[in-house]
Design a protein around this ligand. Structure first.
Ligand code: MN
Length: 434
């Protein structure tokens, strides 16, 4: 769930311990006897997920009364022998207290309940921030502005159009049905509908365009190094696509902007940029360089992030909605009982009391099936005749071959790791359309 689940973007390497989460060697020894936190930190084996962004989020109460959501932290260690990630400590609320203990795998039903509360938090952050905010809504201003400011035969508009197909329609449907008052999110989420919308908005405000280039996101979280964290299929597979898309965009743009400074003279492109960053326009933050798009390398980087987000990133976070989220006990979207205040004494019934009632479980299953099961179009399969410029044929063929070859690499990797299927090429649509 951390390295190949619906929300595989939360894990961060721990370089020093934090007073909020008083983890000790005793907790660590619940999974690895003899290991120490000092050694684990020194060897880059200690990892954390921290749902601080949910701290203070009001609980929802629709439609069956009080629901609960917390802001948990969970700590993981890489087993030096097997090299896989093991969870060993969970604290359900942010501030340590006698009635907010650290749970470990020794704690029986309490451990399962604590893990489930991490899944509730992860599910809410996944849907509101990682999925809706940082793919569907992040891309929307680019769709609108591209149609408003670029001629349909502008090279950038032509390149982007297939990656924008269906996005405004699915976003409108989400606004009308999913995130409306008394809609599915209001029903399913532990957080109130207002809190969920706020989380979505914040996830874009905290997400400056130039800071979220894929390789940088892994570096920033300290998880880029495959020697330290070998088992991270989302990282390994997404990075293959990032490089392929970057190469395709760069070869494509070189046809129309032969010199590094050429984008500066493209008046449509500059108007596109101006509307995207305008307060009464797209309000995209941290985008461009010195108030414009001055260089081909800036344009290449920008279009790479846009196409990657429309295709690979959305596929990675959308399709697990069926495979991993439609079975409610694996990832309930709300808790229906309060967090335990002691590490022992819970029973199976206490765990069952946490889970949503049957009608909510059915709704989560139906929604996961609907949203996680429609694969329309495939990355790189541009419609015949879409690019009429003969100079594009060769780079496009190279890109398509590259995607096929990535598929081969993923299939091969899946024979030696727990299979990660979300990024096989047939599972990656061109656009956000579901
Ligand atoms: Mn989606």
């Amino acid at each position: 769930m951390r390295v190949g689940g619906p929300n595989p973007v939360m894990l961060q390497r721990v370089n020093e311990l934090d007073d909020r989460f008083p983890v000790t060697d005793v907790h660590l020894n619940s999974v690895l006897s003899g290991d120490t936190l000092v050694a684990a930190i020194a060897e880059g084996r200690l990892y954390l997920v921290d749902f601080y962004m949910l701290d203070g989020a009001p609980d929802g109460d629709y439609p069956h009364g009080q629901k609960y959501i917390y802001a948990p932290m969970a700590m993981f260690v890489v087993d030096p022998k097997t090299r896989t990630l093991l969870p060993f400590a969970i604290q359900i609320k942010q501030q340590p207290a006698d009635d907010n203990p650290v749970f470990t795998p020794q704690d029986g039903w309490n451990w399962l309940i604590a893990k489930t509360m991490v899944e509730v938090a992860d599910g809410n952050v996944h849907e509101a921030a990682t999925h809706l905010g940082r793919t569907h809504l992040f891309i929307e201003p680019f769709v609108v502005t591209t149609y408003r400011q670029l001629a349909p035969n502008h090279p950038v508009a032509l390149l982007l159009a297939p990656h924008f197909e269906g996005t405004l329609a699915i976003n409108e449907a989400a606004w009308r049905h999913l995130i409306a008052n008394k809609g599915a999110v209001d029903k399913l989420f532990g957080a109130s509908i207002k809190a969920a919308r706020g989380l979505s908005a914040a996830s874009i405000r905290d997400n400056p365009f130039n800071d979220i280039m894929l390789p940088d996101t892994f570096e920033k979280r300290g998880v880029a190094d495959g020697d330290l964290l070998p088992d991270y299929p989302y990282r390994d597979d997404s990075m293959l696509y990032w490089s392929a898309i970057e190469k395709w965009v760069s070869e494509y743009l070189a046809v129309y902007y032969p010199n590094e400074g050429d984008p500066q003279a493209d008046t449509e492109l500059q108007a596109w940029f101006a509307e995207l960053v305008a307060t009464d326009g797209g309000r995209v933050i941290g985008f461009g360089e010195d108030g414009g798009i001055k260089t081909r390398s800036c344009l290449t980087k920008s279009l790479t992030l846009i196409i990657y987000t429309c295709s690979v990133q959305h596929a990675a976070v959308n399709f697990p909605q069926y495979d991993l989220m439609s079975y409610t006990p694996n990832m309930p979207l709300a808790s229906y009982a309060e967090a335990p205040t002691t590490t022992s004494g819970a029973t199976e019934q206490d765990f069952l009391d946490v889970l949503p009632p049957l009608d909510m479980a059915e709704l989560q299953m139906n929604l996961g099936y609907l949203l996680g099961n429609v694969h329309y179009t495939q990355l790189g399969q541009y419609k015949k005749g879409h690019f009429t410029d003969g100079r594009i044929a060769e780079p496009m063929n190279r890109f398509q071959q590259q995607v096929t070859s990535i598929g081969g690499t993923i299939q091969e990797r899946n024979t030696t790791r727990r299979p990660y299927e979300f990024l096989v090429p047939t599972g990656v649509p061109q656009s956000i359309n579901i």
